[in-house]
Design a protein around this ligand. Structure first.
Ligand code: MLT
Length: 232
């Protein structure tokens, strides 16, 4: 449970890294993959992402919670729910989520997406791997945020019976989640990014991102592209 800026402090290469960006990148990526999208290529910058439209990619760009200028698709999970992009190759750039992937893609053993929408599938995969886990919370522009850390606590709570020692951050987040798991929506209403999204009138995205276990797939990075897999 740490932010991307601290990743260099950790020996990541033998670990499976779970990328977490609940509002909304990893929730959106999983919605896209679960609804037929062929692959998602995370991209660091807007211009590179835009140029990929010339190579047959459908491009999705978000900055500061809004659809980036010159993009049709932003970062809403709801855009993918009608299978409209089934079979598409998506190139996606977001404020925090794709940055977290970029910082770990060349150093981790495996990189998977974590979100409430596939909490159980993510848990099952990590247990089957029996390998150390590092939960990378994308946060907001390098800072702690409530939603990613709460998810980290939920994942630690699920993994706790199967894994050994946890770091103090994991223990703190596990207790934060267990103390609020039955009032998640109310608790998450305090989150700064939830308020930011409300200001953009996209509360429906918040509801979706807090939905538990609506997908039984995992999203895993293979050859630079995120694809859907069965957890076991
Ligand atoms: C991000 O990647 O920073 C977030 O998902 C922002 C958002 O889409 O609201």
């Amino acid at each position: 449970c740490l932010s991307p800026e601290l990743i260099h402090l950790y020996d990541v290469q033998d670990k499976n890294v779970v990328i977490v960006d609940i509002f909304r990148a990893t929730s959106t990526m999983l919605a896209a993959l679960a609804n037929g999208v062929d692959s998602i290529t995370p991209v660091m910058d807007l211009e590179t992402c835009k140029s990929m439209a010339n190579s047959g990619y459908t491009i999705a760009g978000e900055r500061n919670g809004k659809t980036a200028e010159g993009f049709e698709l932003g970062n809403s999970p709801l855009a993918y729910l009608d299978n409209k992009y089934s079979g598409s190759k998506i190139a996606m750039t977001t404020t925090n989520g794709t940055v977290a992937i970029e910082k770990t893609k060349n150093v981790a053993n495996k990189i998977i997406l974590g979100a409430f929408v596939n909490l159980s599938a993510t848990t099952d995969f990590l247990i089957s791997e029996q390998r150390d886990v590092l939960i990378l919370c994308a946060g907001w522009k390098g800072k702690f945020n409530l939603e990613d850390s709460l998810f980290a606590g939920a994942l630690v709570s699920n993994l706790h019976p199967h894994f050994g020692t946890e770091c103090d951050t994991s223990i703190a987040m596990k207790n934060l989640y267990e103390g609020n798991q039955h009032r998640l929506r109310i608790f998450m209403g305090q989150a700064s990014h939830a308020k930011r999204l409300q200001n953009h009138n996209i509360e429906a995205d918040i509801e979706f991102c807090l939905s538990l276990n609506i997908y039984d797939i995992i999203g895993i990075l293979e050859e630079g592209k995120l694809v859907a897999k069965n957890p076991i």
